[in-house]
Design a protein around this ligand. Structure first.
Ligand SMILES: [Cu+2]
Length: 524
């Protein structure tokens, strides 16, 4: 029975890869008119689901790592530390220890542990020092690749089913819409360590920015408040990209998915997580991020933003906003509560919203603030105005400054009041695990020390171990950052836009090191 369930051919032939089958089994197919609704976490309508979530987190955290309905198993699907962690790890000895049966385990429990071990590890070895194989269930988050959005969609979908199995009621994840100016601070139910009755708050997680406990923490500089700042979102840059972008356009060979992953995704991870002794913890690293209960609400919002963007009219007659022809038919694999493989392919993930679940609102912002600068416009082609002379290295909690200069022989840039200004940082790399949040200041060449709000910011989110099994986490990356507001201020002060000074600051709440190979300023 277990052997049959673990057999891939049987799995595929069994038809579990179709969304329709899953919906029928979950009962949603029978009430297809009303799929579960994901709601914004601050609204009163989200309160019942938040209570269910709280109950589930508490129960799931008490379950053993090998149990698919445990909090740790679900977090390990995303990624795990390498070693020395009793909640999840992939180095062979550490990994195998997670599946040690308790003394006096019944034959039934022993069989379940063994089945889980086989399922999680997979059968195609990666190497002697790694406990999981190529066809594993854990350590699967695809970052810096096109599977980023559909994989996380399917991950959240099966996570909801796990929660339902724990609480015994229909469940829809809330989402946290940090794009809304009202919700830039950390959601209040996730802040306190203790409930009013003195018991532990299941939604609390210790390794978070001090602003996640107290939005007004006096030790955090004003430039780093609120927790999610305008410069952390950079949403317009993502929203106006096509699914694929080519070299002549900002975004290089990337496009919407990569830009959304850069910000707000990486940025919100970086703002919530922390570094201690140079080591990224909690939301600051893929290896631990999904242990923080806010993780799933962050990704629920990203999934919602993708769906909104995907259903907008095509840009300039471009191909579909998420083509269905680029994906392999291989399903993304997960585990059911009874330790069976379940999965859905990317192509099916595209059709899930509205059938498997829905959102109370798809628009990025409530209509009341729809006219804000976050509204999407059609982009103009960019032209390069200036660039840095060489690389810039920033140490933790330090800053570095360089001068941007026009190309030799270039004429004065053509600038209009409606010009938008964009920075591109290339060959961005870090000496250790890519992590941390960095603020960018633009000033006149001879200005004094930097002050006030940053012109833009960027975050790194990866792990030094992401390179296992083709996950390119540590490679150098690009960051595309809108700095229009600050550039317009400088131009109004008479500063030559082709000769501005740039300062990059390693922020205090998430201090890490970074090296930037090249900096270019574009206008469009
Ligand atoms: Cu994430």
């Amino acid at each position: 029975m277990l052997a049959a369930a673990l057999d891939r051919r049987n799995f595929v032939a069994g038809g579990l890869t179709t969304l329709a089958t899953l919906l029928m089994e979950s009962g949603v197919g029978l009430r297809a008119q009303t799929p579960p609704v994901r709601r914004e976490v601050h609204g009163p309508a989200a309160a019942p689901m938040l209570q269910l979530y709280k109950r589930a987190v508490k129960q799931m955290q008490d379950r053993p790592v090998w149990d698919p309905t445990s909090w740790w198993f679900q977090a390990n699907i995303h990624w795990t530390p390498r070693q020395d962690d009793t909640r999840g790890c992939f180095e062979t000895n550490c990994f195998n220890a997670l599946f040690q049966p308790p003394t006096g385990a019944t034959p039934e429990v022993l069989a379940r542990i063994q089945a889980s071990h086989m399922l999680v590890a997979g059968e195609v070895p990666l190497g002697p020092s790694v406990g999981v194989g190529r066809d594993r269930i854990w350590l699967k988050c695809p970052h810096h690749m096109y599977d980023f959005l559909p994989w996380h969609r399917v991950y959240l979908y099966f996570f909801e089913r796990i929660v339902e199995s724990v609480v015994g009621e229909p469940f829809a994840l809330p989402y946290w819409n940090y794009l809304d100016p009202k919700y830039r601070d950390f959601p209040p139910p996730f802040r306190p360590a203790k409930e009013t009755d003195g018991s532990d708050n299941p939604l609390y997680y210790p390794d978070r920015s001090p602003l996640c406990r107290d939005p007004n923490d006096p030790n955090v500089p004003a430039t780093e408040k609120p927790l999610i700042r305008d410069t952390d979102l950079n949403w317009q840059t993502a929203a106006e990209q096509r699914f694929f972008e080519r070299g002549e356009v900002l975004g290089l060979d990337r496009g919407f998915s990569f830009q959304l992953e850069s910000a707000p995704h990486d940025q919100v991870h970086g703002r919530i997580g922390v570094l201690k002794g140079g080591i990224p913890l909690g939301m600051a690293t893929p290896a631990l991020a999904a242990r923080d209960p806010i993780f799933y609400l962050h990704h629920s919002n990203l999934d919602r933003l993708w769906e909104w963007w995907r259903t907008q009219p095509p840009l300039d007659g471009d191909p579909p906003r998420t083509p269905d022809y680029i994906w392999t038919q291989e399903p993304y694999l997960f585990a059911s509560p009874d330790i069976q493989k379940v999965g859905l392919a990317a192509e099916e993930a595209l059709g899930m919203v509205g059938t498997a679940y829905s959102y109370d609102q798809l628009a990025p912002l409530p209509t009341a603030v729809a006219g804000s600068p976050l509204a999407v416009s059609s982009p103009r082609p960019p032209s390069r105005i200036s660039r840095s002379g060489g690389a810039l290295s920033i140490a933790p909690s330090a800053s570095a400054t360089t001068q941007l200069s026009p190309e030799p022989g270039a004429g004065a840039p053509v600038v209009s009041p409606s010009s938008r200004w964009i920075l591109r940082l290339s060959e961005v790399s870090s000496p250790a695990a890519p992590s941390g949040v960095f603020d960018i200041y633009l000033d006149a060449p001879a200005a004094g020390a930097v002050a006030g709000q940053p012109a833009g910011s960027f975050a790194l989110f990866g792990t030094a171990d992401h390179a296992i099994a083709g996950h390119a986490g540590q490679m150098a990356t690009e960051k595309v950052i809108e700095v229009t507001s600050r550039m317009r201020e400088l131009i109004a002060q008479g500063v030559d836009p082709a000769n501005v000074r740039i300062t990059v600051v390693s922020t205090s709440t998430n201090a890490a090191a970074v090296k930037i190979g090249r900096i270019e300023l574009f206008s469009r």
